[in-house]
Design a protein around this ligand. Structure first.
Ligand code: A2P
Length: 327
């Protein structure tokens, strides 16, 4: 089964989890059930708000999808798996319009999931959106400025995250899409150091410096889109494919095992049963087989990140709307 990492508060986390971002609610229940019951996953990653990237690009975000991510469907999949709740690691995330009301958002997530606690709760983005904002994604006012809560420092959001941890509603708290600079906005006053930072991390976006910084702070990096997401060029990368051939694995296995071997939690998303199974087994096998030398070679494939369409998720996002938040 999956390697297990230990978070800075002692909580154990399976190093391979099922990502559910962009999975449609009607598909995700079956995917989660299969992943847990048949493939052996014990870690599911979801979010309060889970728009598809195409919805964002096409501007097809509507209030319905805002108010309803895929948590309900994920919860149903967990129940249908028949595996006891305490054996499964469940993560959800705080959406930007809730930075000033963390406990309310968490309660909503718990009720949609049908759970009474989360294993891990993350600030989804270091962006505190107007709680009454009219565009749920990255709102812009007519003058082009973003509709964020300007008087709301991230340290206040973190205080509220610490409060729900203290209440026992979650077993660990962390952040997502936080750069070093954003972490430094909360660390000086934090009583609890974030357990994880979930980022877009993969062969073409390895973020070596940020990952080293996280390790120095005892913050576990988690990789979303570890395969580079839909339409990814990573799956035909020559270096990864050559290693896959050498070890009789799939290229996807090498991409996932590479992360796990580096101490990064990998969260591959799939709703296809064969891939759900293959990713889990393949990631475990590759993490065992890849040598230190192989890791070094893979680290050098795109040390500064590779530019170009589909090399990072954010390449396909509308300009100015996203990017790992560096400022
Ligand atoms: P599907 O859900 O139909 O299996 P990422 O985890 O990087 O976001 O990538 C998810 C995308 O990659 C989805 O489109 C998913 O499609 C696809 N995918 C997941 N696993 C594999 C795999 N082993 N080989 C090829 N494509 C995959």
């Amino acid at each position: 089964s999956s390697p297990i990492f230990t978070l800075n508060n002692g909580v154990k986390i399976p190093a391979i989890g099922l990502g559910t971002w962009q999975s449609k609610p009607e598909e995700v229940t079956a995917a989660v059930e299969y992943a847990i019951k048949d493939a052996g996953y014990r870690h599911i990653d979801c979010a309060w708000y889970a728009p598809s990237i195409f919805q964002i690009v096409l501007g097809q975000i509507d209030l319905l999808s805002r108010a309803y991510g895929n948590e309900q469907a994920v919860g149903e999949g967990i129940r249908r798996s028949g595996v006891p709740r305490e054996e499964i690691f469940v993560t959800s995330k705080l959406w930007g319009t809730y930075h000033s009301k963390v406990e309310q958002a968490l309660d909503e997530s718990l009720s949609r999931l049908g759970l009474d606690y989360l294993d891990l709760y993350l600030i989804h983005w270091p962006i505190h959106l107007n709680p009454n904002g009219n565009d749920p994604v990255f709102p812009k006012r007519p003058d082009g400025t973003r509709d964020i809560l300007v008087d709301w420092p991230l340290s206040k959001t973190w205080e509220q995250m610490e409060a729900v941890l203290a209440k026992g509603k979650v077993k660990a708290i962390g952040v997502s899409n936080f750069s070093q600079k954003k972490l430094e906005e909360i660390l000086p006053t934090a009583k609890v150091v974030p357990a994880v930072d979930q980022l877009e991390l993969h062969l073409y976006n390895p973020q070596h410096e940020l990952v080293s910084y996280l390790k120095s702070k005892d913050i576990v990096p988690q990789a979303y889109s570890p395969l580079g997401s839909t339409g990814s060029p990573l799956l035909s990368d020559e270096t990864a494919s050559a290693l896959a051939q050498k070890y009789e694995l799939n290229t996807a296995d090498v991409l996932l095992g590479y992360l796990v071997a580096k101490g990064i939690v990998a969260l591959p998303k799939s709703v296809t049963t064969a891939r759900i199974m293959a990713n889990y087994k393949g990631a475990i096998a590759a993490a065992q087989k890849l040598t230190e030398e192989d890791i070094k070679v893979l680290d050098g494939v795109a040390p500064g990140g590779r530019q170009g369409r589909n090399c990072t998720i954010t390449d396909v996002w509308i300009e100015g709307r996203s990017g790992q938040c560096t400022d």
